[in-house]
Write a protein that binds this ligand. Structure first.
Ligand code: NAI
Length: 520
């Protein structure tokens, strides 16, 4: 399907944060843009601001001076809706209110040509519901941009029940022509990103509620071990707790109270207190000139142990344990291969061993539970790392039964391998593993329910919220089997439906127990 022709008219209704960003890129991509806003002068002010942005882009060498002048000429305000009659595409970015949007589109239908595509930038309202009263609901589609529009590459192209495939495909191709990375999605609560991202906040809030560590420590673990650009607490502070809480509440309500999306009482209290994050000067952190950013918890330097062993019982060496072995070898440890723990289950290999401590990648059980199951008190678990070679930090949890001597020798081992070592309390699944498993679970359910493809969900999370890796690609690299084990152990520990395993993960695993993957 072809993109809208350059030179064709794109009308943008609403010139706030989103509408002006959309107008900026549409004009820069060669369209004649008509910008309309009901607030007097709002559209004109927006166009003046866009002009300044073009100037800055020219200064930085990211836009040619001639291109900027041409784009500026293509941007025009209109005073009445009737003046968008020549549009090939109208993108609505007005208030997030169903009635307001329905009224606008009903008015537009009487103005525009029969072939004009109507698009809504809604982030939370059903596209099906917005389209329903139209005479031609097949021409309405969601075109969900992310804030700030010029910088965020993702566009979710949302089809409601009536949306025609040709309309969705044209909008997809047009977004691509504008330099974006579009994905197709079905109109369902939260679409892709606002649904699949829920566990990033929810698991962090649960970890804090259970006192795994303080926000600064958990943020550091998510950044330095998980490779996320921002930790969940600093990110929620940036988004604003009122906004983040209300998105969670709306997704939770839209799925009829599914426990997966249960809002957190911790966040409710922040909202109650008016501690909304950066914008109010206080959220999880304090902001302002005299506010010092708290440091994450780090273990003091320990002696380097003499020997490190690894036991591998599986035929396929776990793809996430081999790189750890490589990093330990790089640190000068001669990692000797030894027998697994006597009497332990098959899945208890591979493990590292050091001064009597058994060290496992977390499998969703607490270290304490695992120590008891293996009858091996000196048990330490570590959290998932995005990149073993580059990670600057490792998070450990020690069993309640573990001796100080055994634990600190493990700390010394990881320190010798160049990690800052952060201990979090012994919560099941730790921080990164639990979050990634839940993100992959949610992504798998979205695919299983036909909301989007596996490729689309991974693109959406990387381009819409800057995740370092798509959740399903992450499941591939951790191993779908391990992800299922983590989730099943969390489900067993909490007894909550929240941690139920997606049927698609189970199906993939059953079809191919040793090599299940989402991506080739
Ligand atoms: P905003 O409040 O900055 O701008 C909305 C603009 O629409 C205002 O200038 C207002 O005067 C104008 N407006 C209101 N009713 C109008 C009408 N009937 N006709 C013409 N203009 C009207 O809002 P923002 O943040 O730009 O959001 C706009 C839409 O985009 C909403 O549906 C929102 O849910 C969606 N969205 C917002 C994102 C964000 O991060 N801010 C991200 C993705 C989508």
């Amino acid at each position: 399907m072809e993109a809208l022709a350059k030179g064709s008219v794109v009308a943008v209704i609403g010139s706030g944060a989103m509408g002006s960003g959309i107008a900026q890129i549409a004009a820069a991509s060669g369209h004649e843009v008509r910008l309309f806003d009901t607030r007097p002068d709002a559209a004109a002010k927006a166009i003046a601001e866009i002009g300044k942005v073009y100037d800055k882009l020219v200064e930085k060498g990211r836009m040619g001076a001639v291109d900027a002048d041409l784009a500026r000429e293509r941007l025009k305000t209109v005073d009445t809706l009737a003046q968008v009659s020549d549009a090939s595409l109208v993108i609505e970015a007005i208030v997030e209110n169903l009635d307001a949007k329905r009224t606008l589109f009903a008015d537009l239908e009487a103005i525009v040509d029969a072939r004009c595509i109507l698009a809504t930038n809604t982030s939370s309202i059903s596209v099906t519901a917005i389209a329903a009263p139209l005479r031609h609901p097949e021409r309405l589609v969601g075109m969900h941009f992310f804030n700030p529009v010029p910088l965020m590459a993702l566009v979710e192209v949302i089809s409601g029940l009536a949306t025609s495939k040709a309309v969705a495909d044209t909008v997809y191709a047009t977004a691509e022509a504008w330099g974006k990375d579009p994905v197709h999605a079905k109109s369902t609560p939260g679409f892709i990103v606002n649904r699949v991202a829920r566990p990033y906040y929810a698991e962090a809030l649960r970890l804090l509620l259970e006192r795994a560590a303080d926000p600064a420590t958990l943020d550091a673990v998510m950044r330095d071990c998980g490779g996320f650009r921002m930790g969940p607490f600093e990110l929620m502070d940036l988004i604003g707790h009122d906004v983040n809480f209300s998105v969670t509440q709306s997704v939770h309500a839209a799925y009829y109270g599914d426990q997966r999306y249960t809002p957190s009482i911790l966040q409710q209290e922040l909202v109650n207190a008016g501690f909304l994050g950066r914008k109010s000067g206080r959220g999880f952190y304090r902001y302002g000139a005299d506010a010092a950013k708290p440091a994450p918890r780090v273990e003091p330097a320990q002696e380097r142990p003499n020997t490190v062993g690894i036991s591998v019982r599986r035929e396929i060496t776990n793809s996430i344990v081999s790189p750890m072995e490589a990093r330990l070898a790089d640190a000068g440890f001669s990692v000797t291969h030894r027998e697994p723990l006597a009497g332990a289950e098959k899945h208890e290999a591979p493990a590292f061993h050091c001064n009597g401590a058994a060290i496992f990648l977390t499998d969703g059980r607490s270290a304490t539970e695992r120590a008891a199951a293996n009858n091996h008190p000196n048990t330490v678990v570590y959290d998932l790392l995005l990149d073993h070679a580059k990670a600057t930090r490792i998070a450990l949890a020690r069993a309640d039964q573990c001796s100080d001597e055994a634990y600190y020798s493990v700390v010394g081992m990881f320190q010798a391998a160049g990690f800052e070592v952060t201990r979090i309390d012994d919560v099941p699944g730790m921080a990164v593993m639990r979050t990634v498993a839940m993100l992959a679970n949610e992504a798998a359910d979205a695919v299983n329910q036909g909301v989007c493809s596996a490729i689309a969900v991974d693109i959406a999370m990387q381009k819409g919220v800057n995740y370092p890796r798509g959740p399903l690609a992450w499941a591939d690299s951790v191993g779908i089997e391990h992800v299922v084990t983590v989730l099943a152990n969390l489900a067993a520990t909490y007894g909550e439906d929240r941690y139920r395993v997606s049927p698609l993960l189970r199906r993939k695993l059953a079809a191919n127990p040793t090599g299940a993957r989402f991506h080739a």
